[in-house]
Design a protein around this ligand. Structure first.
Ligand SMILES: [Zn+2]
Length: 213
């Protein structure tokens, strides 16, 4: 892909092909969406969620940011989460990280003075590194250290989801959604599941909401 004109041209070709294969396709999607999945992924261009899992428009509600983070002060992500759970009633939430993630690599380096805002976003990953520093530093190879932090970061975000009022309330009232932490291999296209949390799993008491009587 070289230009925006090319993107628009390819869009016309795609829409015509879709219409030809399934004449009712756009009509079905025009009025409403009912996706079963919320995908929280990295902004990285190499991880194209619908493509790598063979999904279609309408299948996946989506939120992406640098290094697929769920931050409790990020109202963008939390709004997407609340709408997905409370209104769309998605059955599964997937946090998908990926190996060779530039955000993770940057977080394991010194802070850059030309990226003051991005530094703050990456601070959460630096804290995850501090939590697991002994395990990560035990790897001799720097790439192994990066990639282990990619995995641990995904696990951390699944726990962060389980600490939200949105998820705890939905687990209590609806028994779902199920939370899945995955890592995508940009080198082979394969997704590796890392963690699954369900409504029946115990949350650390200090993150549980106190029930108001
Ligand atoms: Zn990334």
């Amino acid at each position: 892909m070289q230009s925006c004109d090319e993107l628009l041209q390819k869009n016309k070709v795609w829409a015509a092909k879709k219409q030809k294969e399934d004449p009712d396709f756009f009509n079905r999607l025009a009025d409403k969406q009912s996706p079963k999945f919320l995908w929280i992924g990295c902004s990285d261009s190499r991880v194209a969620p619908e493509i790598v899992v063979g999904a279609e428009p309408g299948d996946i509600f989506m939120h992406r940011n640098i290094a697929n983070q769920v931050i409790h002060t990020d109202f963008n992500c939390l709004s997407v989460l609340q709408y997905a759970v409370s209104i769309l009633k998605v059955e599964h939430i997937i946090v998908c990280g990926h190996y060779n993630c530039g955000g993770i690599k940057a977080a394991l380096d010194k802070q850059r003075s030309d990226l003051l805002i991005t530094n703050k976003w990456l601070m959460h990953i630096k804290n995850t590194y501090r939590l697991h520093q002994d395990e990560i530093d035990a790897f001799d190879d720097q790439n192994d250290r990066f990639n282990r932090l990619v995995e641990l970061n995904v696990v951390e975000q699944i726990h962060a989801l389980s600490h939200t009022s949105v998820i705890q309330e939905s687990w209590r009232e609806n028994g779902g959604p199920t939370l899945h932490g995955w890592v995508y291999g940009v080198h082979d296209g394969i997704i590796t599941p890392m963690i699954t949390l369900k409504a029946t799993d115990e949350i650390n008491p200090i993150f549980q909401y106190r029930q108001v009587k």
